[in-house]
Design a protein around this ligand. Structure first.
Ligand SMILES: [Mg+2]
Length: 429
């Protein structure tokens, strides 16, 4: 049974329960270590394991229960049982027994979240949402348990609803603003560019980082409008800095969701045209995951932007497949080495060799490298010696509001000797 058929079946069960005064429990189940097992044992073993789990669930079904695989390693059970806690524990136990996969005993472990109609939720979509929230709480607590939707989760759900409403209001109100994190030249430490990062100046909660609102904005389909607002405001502030030679480039992040829009690059070029920022000063950061999601579409966007002179950077490089082929075949000028690699670069000899060879490969392809998340001098020393071009991180500067950055940039420019500044400007012209 697929997700669509399952949602229909759930609605039907609720319809009958509503008429006859019954209750319906929805259990959602997630295997704890499926991704790890799939990665280490291979997709065949993974598929076999999922089939086994499905089989075991059907076998464990109580009278009147309906089982479904919702996709990936996610399963669900619609149940009329009265003792929800006992049933949840039975499911956890049943799925925690080892499976025999190619002669190996594999115990992936399972987490279960449950919500009940009518006491928790009045309709199918809330019931699913609440069961998912309960499951999520188990997962973040380490898994191998079950959890039921309760007062704590209800409070969290209300907080989320409030946040949703506030977010819809915040965008037109201009509460989402661009902050800027300096990117420095690895050789001499001078600020050569900025990465634009969104901050929400919430009227009551103060300043919120993207982690607090971007996931919700993505779910609500508001991320495009946020990116647009931040992009426009950032260009307006940063264009004069570029024009005066205070910085060379402005980097903007693009969410994978935006990139799925086939018209994305055309819209971006049009919006850029309405700002005072020149195309060659703009850098668009695209995550590697998106390249893998839809190579044809990313190629179209990247080529269209590059043709206008916009720089393309591959963000979070080193977390995914580190696709060197993409660097060879697409007009990508910059790679941003992920902070997770940089964190260990001066501590772990294997990581430093890996980063060293990545820098070497990127140089061979004519791609420039920015190291992200540089936090201590040892990292900077290693990266500089290994030929990294630019760096960004707390060692140099945290993200800051436009006014603070402008003050800094002007102070640096005023400090620079009058003989050096014009020479630099000429060199760039
Ligand atoms: Mg980025």
């Amino acid at each position: 049974m697929n997700r669509g058929a399952f949602t229909e079946a759930l609605a039907e069960r609720l319809f009958h329960a509503r008429r006859e005064g019954g209750q319906v429990a929805l259990f959602v189940i997630d295997l704890d270590r499926f991704k790890h097992l799939n990665d280490t044992l291979g997709h065949h073993a993974g598929d076999l394991l999922l089939a086994e789990v499905g089989e075991r669930l059907r076998w464990a079904a109580a009278p009147g229960e309906l089982m479904a695989r919702l996709g990936g390693d996610e399963f669900a059970v619609i149940s009329p049982v009265a003792d929800v806690g006992r049933r949840a524990q039975e499911l956890v136990t049943a799925l925690s027994q080892p499976h025999d996969i190619y002669g190996r005993q594999i115990a992936p472990g399972a987490s279960v979240g449950v919500a009940v109609f009518p006491q928790d939720a009045a309709d199918a979509s809330d019931l699913q949402r609440y069961a998912d929230m309960a499951l999520y709480r188990v997962k973040t607590g380490g898994g191998r348990r079950w959890s039921a939707f309760d007062a704590e989760l209800r409070a969290e759900s209300e907080r989320r609803r409030t946040l949703e409403a506030e977010l819809r209001r915040a965008i037109p109100a201009g509460e989402i603003e661009p902050w800027f994190q300096p990117v420095v030249d690895a050789a001499d430490g001078r600020i050569v560019g900025v990465e634009v990062l969104a901050r929400w100046r919430h009227p009551e909660q103060g300043l919120l980082a993207p982690g607090a609102f971007v996931p919700i904005a993505e779910e609500l389909g508001l991320i495009g409008r946020i990116d647009e607002a931040v992009f426009e405001a950032a260009c307006a502030r940063a264009a004069p800095w570029v024009a005066e030679g205070l910085i060379e480039h402005v980097s903007c992040n693009v969410s994978p969701r935006d990139l799925l829009d086939p018209a994305f690059s055309r819209k971006l070029i049009r919006r850029l045209g309405q700002t005072a920022l020149s195309a060659t000063a703009l850098c668009v950061e695209i995550t590697e995951t998106f390249l893998l999601q839809d190579l044809a579409l990313s190629r179209r966007h990247i080529e269209r932007l590059a043709a206008k002179g916009v720089n393309i950077a591959l963000d979070d490089f080193g977390t995914g497949y580190s696709n060197l082929r993409a660097l060879m075949h697409l007009p990508i000028q910059t790679v941003k080495l992920d902070r997770s690699l940089i964190a260990d670069v001066a501590k772990d000899a294997r990581v430093s060799r890996l980063v060293g060879s990545m820098l070497h490969a990127a140089r061979a392809l004519g791609v420039s490298i920015v190291a992200e998340g540089v936090e201590d001098p040892a990292q900077a020393i290693f990266l500089r010696a290994a030929g990294c071009d630019r760096m960004q991180g707390y060692l140099f500067d945290r993200p800051m509001p436009a006014d603070a950055l402008e003050t800094r940039l002007r102070a640096v420019a005023a400090e620079a000797s009058p003989r050096v500044a014009p020479a630099r400007r000429r060199a760039r012209a």
